[in-house]
Design a protein around this ligand. Structure first.
Ligand SMILES: [Zn+2]
Ligand SMILES: [Zn+2]
Length: 366
C-alpha cells in the first residue's frame, strides 16, 4: 500500500463526557459550532478533513505551518467566544499536530503518524496545542512561543516522542524581561543601595575583580543565544541581574569590551573571567547581569526562564518547566536593536559580529 508524508492534526474536546453529563443539549450545540468552525479554518488553510468521530476531528495538510496556523487560529477564535451566562461551561478542544507517513484507504488515513497526533493531543491543555519536534523544526513562522515538554512515551508507540506546547497568546506583554525592566525604571529605588551590607559576593578566577552586591536580584535567567555562548565559553549563560548601584567592585575594576552594538561585557584584565554584562541601548542599562556561576552562593539564584531558546544546543537538555522564549520575542532586544536601526530580528546576528568588529577596528585606530 502506498505511503505518503502528511502533517496530521487531531482535535478532541477536553472532558466531553463529563460536560455532556452536565448539560447534554448545550454541550452538543457547542460541539457543533466548534466542529463547524474548525472545518472552515481547515479548508481555508488548504487542509482536508479526513473524518469526524464523535467529538474529534482528524485532518491532514501538506504543510506543517498550515496545520499549526489552523490550530492556532481555531484556538484563538474559541478563546475569544463570549460566554453566555446561561450556556453552562464552555467546551474546549485539545489539539495535537504531527508529521508522519500515512496510508490512505477507504477515505481514511492510518499509521503511527496519525496515532501519535492523537496521543500528543492528549498532552495539550484544554484550549491548547501540542506538536512533535518534527513539526516544530518545519515551522516557517518564527512567531510562535513554545515550551519544551520533553520526551513522552505513548502507548503502542515504539519510540519516545519529543513534545512541545505552542503558547497561544502574544507573550511579549508577559515576557520575563518585562519584570526586570519595570523594576529598574525608577532610579530612586537604588539610592539607599550604597551603604548597605552585602547580601552576596563573587569574584573572578584570580580574585582581582571581587564584587559585592547590596540589593536583591531583579531577576534571573538562562540565555542560550550564540552571543552569550561565545561571551562565556559555556553552552548556556546563567545570569542574575542586580541594580548597578548595588554592585561594588572592592578590588580591581573590570575592563569592558563592546560585544555588539547594544551590549558590553566586563571582565578581569588579569585572568579574563567574565564578571558582568550590560545592555547599552537605547541608553545604558541601570542593571548588570552577573554570571550566576561567579557568585559565592549560585544555588540561591536559580534561573527562572530560558531566553534565546532557538539557539539551544541539542545535546544540552535541561528538563525544567521554566518558560522558554526566543530572542525575537524579547521586548528588551527589540527596543535595543530597534534603536540602532535593526528592527528586523534577522539582522541582529549579522550586525552583532560585523559591527562589533568595526567598533574594535575603530578603537584600535584611534
Ligand atoms: Zn581575575
Ligand atoms: Zn544571550
Amino acid at each position: 500500500m502506498k505511503r505518503q508524508l502528511s502533517a496530521i492534526l487531531y482535535a478532541d474536546v477536553a472532558g466531553y463526557s463529563r460536560l455532556t453529563g452536565q448539560n447534554e443539549e448545550q454541550t452538543h450545540q457547542q460541539l457543533n459550532t466548534g466542529l463547524n468552525l474548525l472545518s472552515e479554518i481547515i479548508t481555508a488553510h488548504d487542509g482536508s478533513k479526513v473524518h469526524e468521530a464523535g467529538d474529534a476531528i482528524l485532518a491532514e495538510f501538506s504543510s506543517a505551518t498550515e496545520a499549526v496556523d489552523t490550530a492556532v487560529e481555531f484556538q484563538k477564535q474559541m478563546a475569544s467566544r463570549d460566554s453566555d451566562p446561561g450556556a453552562g461551561e464552555l467546551i474546549e478542544f485539545r489539539i495535537g499536530v504531527n508529521i508522519g507517513e500515512v496510508i490512505r484507504d477507504r477515505g481514511d488515513i492510518y499509521g503511527d503518524g496519525v496515532n501519535i497526533a492523537a496521543r500528543i493531543q492528549e498532552v495539550a491543555p484544554p484550549g491548547g496545542l501540542c506538536v512533535s519536534s518534527v513539526v516544530l523544526e518545519q515551522l516557517s513562522s518564527k512567531d510562535y512561543n513554545y515550551d519544551d515538554l520533553g520526551y513522552r512515551n505513548f502507548k503502542n508507540i515504539e519510540r519516545p516522542v519529543h513534545v512541545y506546547e505552542i503558547r497561544l497568546p502574544d507573550l511579549s506583554e508577559h515576557h520575563p524581561m518585562k519584570a526586570i525592566e519595570t523594576r529598574v525604571q525608577g532610579q530612586p529605588l537604588f539610592d539607599d543601595a550604597i551603604d548597605k551590607p552585602p547580601i552576596t559576593a563573587g569574584h573572578c578566577s584570580c580574585g582581582s575583580v571581587t564584587l559585592e552586591v547590596t540589593q536583591e536580584s531583579l531577576g534571573t535567567g538562562f540565555c542560550h543565544c550564540k552571543i552569550c555562548r561565545r561571551c562565556t565559553g559555556a553552552p548556556v549563560f546563567a545570569w542574575a541581574a542586580f541594580p548597578i548601584e548595588a554592585v561594588k567592585f572592592t578590588r580591581d575594576k573590570p575592563k569592558y569590551y563592546r560585544l555588539s552594538l547594544i551590549a558590553e561585557k566586563g571582565f578581569c584584565k588579569k585572568c579574563g573571567s567574565l564578571v558582568v554584562w550590560r545592555g547599552l541601548k537605547p541608553e545604558p542599562a541601570n542593571y548588570f547581569a552577573v554570571p550566576t556561576a561567579i557568585l559565592d552562593n549560585p544555588e540561591d539564584y536559580a534561573p527562572t526562564w530560558h531566553g534565546g531558546i532557538e539557539s539551544q544546543i541539542p545535546w544540552l537538555q535541561i528538563h525544567d518547566d521554566l518558560p522558554r522564549t526566543r530572542c525575537t520575542e524579547s521586548p528588551f532586544l527589540k527596543k535595543s536593536w530597534g534603536s540602532v536601526g535593526a528592527s528586523d530580528p534577522d539582522e541582529w546576528i549579522s550586525l552583532e559580529y560585523e559591527k562589533a568588529k568595526q567598533l574594535d577596528d575603530d578603537s584600535a585606530s584611534s
